[in-house]
Unconditional design. Structure first.
Length: 60
C-alpha cells in the first residue's frame, strides 16, 4: 500500500514550492514577482516529480 498519485503530486508541489523559495532567497531576490516565478516553477516541477516517483514505485 502506498500513497495515491494525487497525494504524491501535492507533496511534491509543496516540497518544490519550499525549494523554489529557498533558491530565491539564496540568489538574493526579493519581491512579489520573483516569489511568483520561483514559487510557481518550484511547485510545477515538484508536482511533476512527485507524480513520477509514485508512478515509478507502482511499477515495481
Amino acid at each position: 500500500m502506498g500513497i495515491s498519485r494525487e497525494a504524491g503530486r501535492s507533496l511534491g508541489a509543496l516540497t518544490g514550492l519550499a525549494i523554489g523559495f529557498l533558491i530565491m532567497w539564496l540568489a538574493g531576490y526579493q519581491g512579489l514577482w520573483p516569489a511568483f516565478w520561483f514559487g510557481t516553477g518550484g511547485a510545477v516541477m515538484g508536482g511533476m516529480s512527485g507524480e513520477r516517483l509514485v508512478d515509478r514505485r507502482r511499477q515495481r
